[in-house]
Design a protein around this ligand. Structure first.
Ligand code: ACO
Length: 349
């Protein structure tokens, strides 16, 4: 056995307002039928005016911390298992402001004191990257207990006239708590596979707002402040890179695909999930999907899918779980763990 980061708390938060496919079809040239058949999405949550990524991150973080406390309270040796969190890593591509990072504000509002806290930017792969970062800091002895949050509010950067992106993306936050433990325990993160390919940087992008655009005097060109995605090549790469990354991690961990109980992939499109399942030779029951209810919530997607799978009883202690994500950058990443006993309480929406 060796020192490992062990998942010990889980939470999530969705904004109140739900936008149905029918509501989108009233505003744009689209239909419930197109969105459901091409993406599997039925509705998405969007923030209210004035609500931001940090608000969702704080709510999800508070729930994950409560889950970790409740889980530890159940353990045989009692409440002294609850050490204070000494690291906050927030995955987001929609920070409250370009500078500074959003994580320090989230840590402050959660009352976590002067802990190290920073943002990780890897778009839809952000949560897996943040998980790997926090887990590495725990195994290196730099941290003992970490709050890892994935939170995004893509509704704030979408072009209101873009029927494709508006059909797909939703807002949300998901969070987990990691503690130091050993590699033989349920919940221990057993390995990661991470990668990137910057030659695809233009496929998923917001052109304006960064140093390249701002170094030129004058305002950004019209529309460049909005998020854009070239759907077809992204679709192909998402299937290829999540399948390859999953396969290479499975080999490293020593599992074959049939031994995996649940694959919790980034919830981009049901057709992508099914194609990854086909590439890996998975059965439908192995694939977790909640995108019909929340859409693509970017960095929140994987922890929200975990939360919903636990709440629905689909994900059980002892299950072998493979997480895999793909997103802008291009970036991709996978992680493996055996699902632990967790107290999660009732999901907050
Ligand atoms: N309603 C109706 N028609 C639409 C809509 C819509 N909401 N959106 C697109 N269309 C139209 C297109 O305009 C196009 O029309 P045309 O043939 O007249 O030009 C037609 O439907 C087909 O368009 P495609 O882009 O080929 O549609 P596709 O089946 O590929 O679906 C989609 C588009 C859903 C975007 C898909 O390509 C996809 O899921 N891509 C991957 C997204 C992804 O994985 N993202 C993950 C990373 S995202 C991140 O990191 C932030």
């Amino acid at each position: 056995m060796s020192r490992a980061a062990v998942l010990c708390g889980l939470g999530g938060s969705l904004p109140e307002r739900i936008v149905s496919n029918e509501e989108l079809a009233e505003q744009l040239d689209t239909s419930d039928r197109w969105i459901r058949t091409r993406t599997g999405i039925g509705q998405r949550h969007v923030v209210a005016p004035g609500q931001s990524t940090s608000d969702l991150a704080v709510a999800a973080g508070a729930q994950a911390l409560a889950s970790a406390r409740a889980t530890a309270g159940q353990a045989d040796d009692g409440a002294d298992l609850v050490d204070p969190v000494d690291l906050v890593v927030l995955a987001t591509s929609t920070p409250d402001r370009p500078c500074p990072a959003t994580a320090p504000d989230v840590a402050h509002r959660l009352g976590l004191g002067h802990v190290p806290s920073f943002d990780v930017s890897a778009v839809c792969t952000g949560f897996v990257y943040a998980l790997a970062t926090a887990a590495s800091m725990i195994t290196a002895g730099i941290a003992g207990r970490a709050l890892v949050i994935g939170a995004d509010t893509f509704s704030t950067i979408l072009d209101p006239a873009d029927r494709t992106t508006r059909a797909i993306f939703g807002d949300g936050a998901g969070a987990v708590v990691l503690r130091a433990g050993d590699s033989g325990e349920p919940g221990a993160l057993l390995g990661f596979d991470l990668g990137s390919d910057g030659s695809g940087a233009d496929l998923i992008t917001v052109r304006a707002g960064g140093s390249r655009q701002r170094s030129v005097p004058g305002p950004a060109a019209e529309g460049e402040e909005f998020f854009t995605m070239d759907g077809r090549p992204v679709f192909t790469r998402a299937v290829l890179d999540m399948s390859r990354s999953s396969q290479s991690l499975l080999e490293r961990v020593g599992w074959n695909a049939a031994e995996v109980d649940k694959v919790v992939a980034h919830q981009a499109n049901i057709r992508i999930l099914n194609a990854v399942g086909e590439q890996l030779g998975l059965e439908e029951k192995q694939i977790v999907a909640n995108l019909d209810r929340v859409g693509n919530t970017v960095a929140a997607s994987i922890p929200l899918a975990l939360r919903d799978a636990v709440a629905g009883g689909e994900l059980q202690p002892g299950h072998r779980v493979l997480l895999t994500g793909f997103g802008g950058g291009l970036t991709w990443g996978s992680a493996a763990l055996v699902w632990p006993e967790l107290e999660t309480g009732r999901p907050h929406r």
